[in-house]
Every structure is written in C-alpha cells, then in structure tokens.
Design a protein around this ligand. Structure first.
Ligand code: 5RP
Length: 231
C-alpha cells in the first residue's frame, strides 16, 4: 500500500469506533483530514455526532462537509478524539505538531475520554526524536527562548511559511522545530519544556493515546496502549 492508502486504511478503521450521539474531537493533518471526510460521509448518511475541531483548517473542512462543530464553550467532555501523529513509540508516546496544531490538539485530547491515533507505517518508531519536535512559543519570547532551547541540547529552527515569513499558529504564536536527535527521556523533556516561561506547548503527547491504528501493507495494525501514564 502507498503511504496515502495506509493513512486511508487507518482512518477507515478509526471511524468504526464512532457511535451515534458522540462528541468527537477532530484532529488535524492529512491523515485526520481523511478521517474527517469519512465522518462527513457518515453524517450525510444519518450519523448524529458533534465535532470539536483541533484547528481552524479542520473546523472549516468539517463545516463544509456538514458536520456540526462546537467549541469548548459548548462541551465539557469529549467522548473520543481521533488524530494523526508524526511519530509514535511502543509505549504510545507521540510526537505531534508537524501541522502546527498541537496546542489545540493536546487540549482536545486532554478533555477526551479516549484518543485514537491514526498513521501510516513509517510513523511507528522505536524511539521518538527523528522528527523535529515542535515547540510553540509566544512571539515576544521567541528570541530569548532560542538559546535556552539550544541549552537543552537541540537545534531549534523557527518554522517559516513557503514565502519565507514566520509561520504563526491558530493562536498567533511561533513554532521552533527542535532537532534533539533521539529523545532518551521523553517524560523529562516534556516536563522541562512545559515549565519554560514563554513556551506555550510542545509536541510530546505522553499518556494520551489509548489506541493506535497503523496502516501497513497487511492492513491495519491495532495497538492497545495498556499503561496510560500522566504527562
Ligand atoms: C498536526 C499534527 C498532525 O497530526 C501530524 O503532523 C501528522 O500529520 P499528517 O497526518 O499530515 O502526517 O500533529 O499538528
């Protein structure tokens, strides 16, 4: 299967977990977009769900497909969130934020009873870190944070748009893509980043995933994450 077909297969498996009446967190990225398309088709066929989008892009896509969407002012608990990832390790720890939406994605995941992660085979890794870890920072703090991130042992690169100007998130912040190499202690790094003034959110999702669906040449690998640990 091509990577695109693997993403599609994982998305198709994930939507099987959606039940009538659920409040569903809708992830961001190309794999999540396939899931949103499938949810749209189910809604058109009569499924009643309410979506909580994790980005403006997903919100617009969902609305265009006729999926009712709400913000966090209208829901307290989300039944199920389905989202993509940039990496997932054997313990279900994720590196996310390639699409720059990890701040809202993490908030929605944290409010969810269950998180299903969908990805193509290459995202399943033995150890996190080959993908540069996105760290969302307040614009004011960005110049001061660069050397502080370097002091943690990474090479941070300010994310740019294709036109060369700074990429800004839905919340108006900047992103440093941080090359740490292999991340030996994701929990420690997550905590260190979380308490740095000016860092809004990082892409390490630890203790969020309940189920990981990996599309591969054989079909879809279903990985239950047994031990959910708090970040
Ligand atoms: C966006 C994300 C995405 O889920 C992640 O980047 C994976 O994207 P894709 O499905 O396009 O490979 O975290 O912030």
């Amino acid at each position: 299967m091509t990577e695109d077909e693997q993403k599609q297969a994982a998305a198709e498996k994930a939507v099987e977990y959606i039940e009538d009446g659920m409040i569903v967190g809708l992830g961001t990225g190309s794999t999540a977009a396939k899931m949103v398309d499938l949810v749209g088709a189910k809604v058109a066929a009569g499924l009643k769900i309410t979506g909580v989008p994790t980005s403006e892009a997903t919100a617009e896509k969902a609305r265009n497909l006729g999926i009712p969407v709400v913000g966090l002012d209208e829901v307290n608990v989300i039944d199920l969130t389905i989202d993509g990832t940039d990496e997932v390790d054997p313990e279900g720890r994720l590196s996310k934020g390639g699409g720059g939406a990890h701040l809202r994605e993490k908030i929605v995941a944290a409010l969810s009873d269950r998180m299903i992660v969908i990805a193509e085979a290459k995202k399943k890794v033995a150890q996190l870190g080959a993908f540069k870890l996105p760290v969302e920072v307040i614009r004011f703090a960005a110049p001061a944070l660069k050397p502080r991130l370097e002091a943690l042992g990474c090479t941070p690169t300010l994310r740019l748009k294709k036109d060369g100007t700074s990429f800004t998130t839905d919340e108006g912040n900047y992103i440093y893509d941080c090359d740490f190499g292999k991340i030996d202690e994701p929990e420690d790094l997550a905590l260190t980043l979380s308490i740095m003034p000016g860092v809004v959110e990082h892409g390490l999702f630890i203790g969020f995933a309940d189920l990981v669906l990996i599309g591969n040449d054989e079909g879809v690998e279903v990985i239950e994450i047994e031990t959910k640990q708090a970040e």
